[in-house]
Design a protein around this ligand. Structure first.
Ligand SMILES: [Zn+2]
Length: 156
């Protein structure tokens, strides 16, 4: 994959390829806590620096408190100082795409090149871009500048 060639920040972590990232998501899916939906999801997020963060969906008896696998992985990465991502792999039984909430969270950190690998239990993998899954997305640029750190620029 040529898009990985520019990654020079690796030291002891060899770059994982798409197949490996899907496998890591598949392993993460085994750890899903889904007593209510019985719909386990696994995700594996590759950062531009070459680190991988995995996540599984975690449900709760208070249903809205559950968290998707994708956001679980992304929030872990951000909490570890990573905000630039290359690819996220998502594994479910039928191979469904990420929900709207997760797409919006991906948008927060997307630089326009985030790849989304969607895999099913049979091993079929489809590749998406975030702009394809969330066109015309709302983002930080849509907020008024008066509350930004560089509010000296009074565009309004
Ligand atoms: Zn989601």
């Amino acid at each position: 994959m040529s898009e990985f060639a520019h990654n020079s920040q690796l030291d002891d972590n060899p770059q994982v390829d798409d197949d490996q990232l899907v496998e890591l998501a598949r392993q993460a899916r085994e750890l899903a806590y889904v007593p209510y939906s019985n719909f386990p999801v696994g995700a594996a997020l590759l950062t531009k620096s070459g680190r991988v963060f995995t996540g599984a969906n975690v449900e709760n008896a208070v249903y809205p408190l559950g968290l998707c696998a994708e956001r679980n992985a992304i929030f872990q990465a951000v909490a570890q100082g990573e905000q630039e991502f290359e690819t996220i792999a998502v594994v479910t039984e039928p191979g469904v795409t990420p929900c709207g909430a997760c797409r919006q969270v991906m948008q927060e950190f997307d630089n326009g090149s985030l790849r989304i690998l969607v895999a099913d239990a049979a091993g079929n993998v489809r590749t998406y871009t975030l702009s394809g899954l969330l066109p015309d997305a709302f983002g930080a640029d849509d907020l008024p500048t008066t509350h930004s750190r560089d509010s000296g620029d009074s565009r309004i």
